[in-house]
Design a protein around this ligand. Structure first.
Ligand SMILES: Cc1cc2nc3c(=O)[nH]c(=O)nc-3n(C[C@H](O)[C@H](O)[C@H](O)COP(=O)(O)O)c2cc1C
Length: 213
């Protein structure tokens, strides 16, 4: 029966894995991954990211929720070890400052958003929100696999759009550098975050929230 249902869902265009009922309650370990994720500046050029790891990152991004389930994101994955020419094209659009530290990342994933809904071509005002969420899913999964990600907004948008031949309603939002951190060069850093009261309110804009008092 389950197999028939999964088959039907697949025919309707749904991915079969949604049929899996899975509830995850280990909140502590999710928090640990979120705390461990960081955007370091030193990638290890000698440790190889495998195809299975990339598949796992893709799977994590694919599971992200989105407005009307539009899934407006695209990830163009450029793996230096597979196609260095494609990698270099993307790399060369990064601002010099970012090239300095990103050069040892094995993978650069260009993350784009389709700004119109596919069903009616109306503007999708949630496209960037949803794409950012998918990027974070990928980053969290990368951390869980022992990898490091560092996203980059500092690139030449026009050049990247041209090089990748992006459709007119598709905008590049971020390039995610992915690889192993070079642990011999990394330093321990505390996470710099604004005070809780600056971002988290209660009942009305600007109010003090009571949770942290
Ligand atoms: C969309 C996005 C764009 C970013 N662009 C850059 C960038 O161009 N250069 C850079 O060095 N870091 C960039 N970062 C990294 C942020 O500076 C970093 O996430 C922030 O300082 C918080 O540090 P953490 O990721 O280690 O928690 C970017 C991060 C995001 C999410």
């Amino acid at each position: 029966m389950k197999t028939i249902l999964i088959g039907l869902l697949a025919l309707l265009g749904f991915s079969p894995f949604i049929a899996k009922k899975c509830f995850y309650h280990d909140q502590q370990s999710v928090t640990q991954i979120l705390e461990a994720r960081h955007s370091g500046n030193f990638f290890d050029p000698n440790k190889h990211v495998t195809a299975n790891q990339i598949k796992s990152l893709i799977h994590a991004a694919q599971l992200t929720p989105s407005s009307y389930n539009e899934q407006p994101w695209n990830f163009i994955i450029c793996d230096k070890s597979i196609n260095s020419e494609a990698y270099d094209k993307v790399f060369n659009t990064l601002h010099q400052f970012n090239q300095n530290w990103a050069k040892n990342a094995q993978v650069l994933a260009v993350i784009t958003a389709s700004t119109n809904y596919s069903k009616n071509n109306h503007a999708n005002t949630s496209a960037q929100y949803d794409t950012g969420a998918a990027a974070l899913s990928m980053a969290i999964q990368a951390t869980a696999l022992g990898l490091m990600t560092h996203q980059i907004a500092g690139f030449d948008t026009e050049e990247l759009t041209k090089l990748l031949n992006l459709p007119s309603d598709v905008i590049p939002l971020s390039v995610m550098a992915i690889g192993y951190e070079d642990l011999t060069r990394s330093t321990t850093r505390t996470k710099e975050r604004k005070p809780i009261t600056e971002n988290f309110f209660q009942d009305s804009w600007g109010s003090i929230n009571n949770y942290w008092q």
